[in-house]
Design a binder for this molecule. Sequence first.
Ligand code: ZN
Length: 246
Amino acid sequence: MQILILSDIHANWHALQAVLDQAAGSYEQIVCCGDIVGYNPQPARVLEWVKANCAAVIRGNHDKVVAGIDNLEWFNPVAQAAARWTISQLDTDAMAYLRELPQGPLPLEHFAICHGSPRDEDEYVTSPSEAADVFPHLDLPLTFFGHTHLQGGFFLQHRRIGPLPTVPSSHEEAVIEISPDTLYLVNPGSVGQPRDADPRAAYALFDSVQRTVTLRRVSYPIQSTALEIQKAGLPDVLALRLFQGR
Ligand code: ZN
């Protein structure tokens, strides 16, 4: 079984399309680690696609705020403006879908998925020391998480914690071979708003036969999303950060 793992799509339709084009034929199932909406200009379209195509989905913090589960006031002004605009774009069915998304961690057949971490859906795991606190909470040896928009993640092997490889800007992928005696916290990266200085859309593929996780990057027409951000009247900084990958 080959599975496409997406996270933090954030209503970026053009980034999502580039991922699906590049990954076409390499997977039989799709799962999503949350943050379907927020920041970018195609929430209804992206949400409809996720609803129709993903076998498993959990909620992210932006999904919670837009659904009215969490308070908008916790967001910075730019994220707040985007969340308010997103709410105005979604019909009652879409809102109901967001509201009913399960909270991670969600254990699946081969791995678990969560948004922030397995112990706290809103937690940011960005360093080996933060990962050290999280590894004892894993449901399964392989867990995918999102939230930080930083592709890569961490491994724990014989008490040694280290970072997983990332995809160099000159490459399109990095392959991680899954060892039986190792725990993995893997971040597929953000489809719709990468923040690791690489503006390319990020995602991961899991292969249950080869026992590999492949981290991938793909270029997409950022200008198309930027123009839609402008047309929607969303803050300009949201377009700027897409070009910078920040
Ligand atoms: Zn996010």
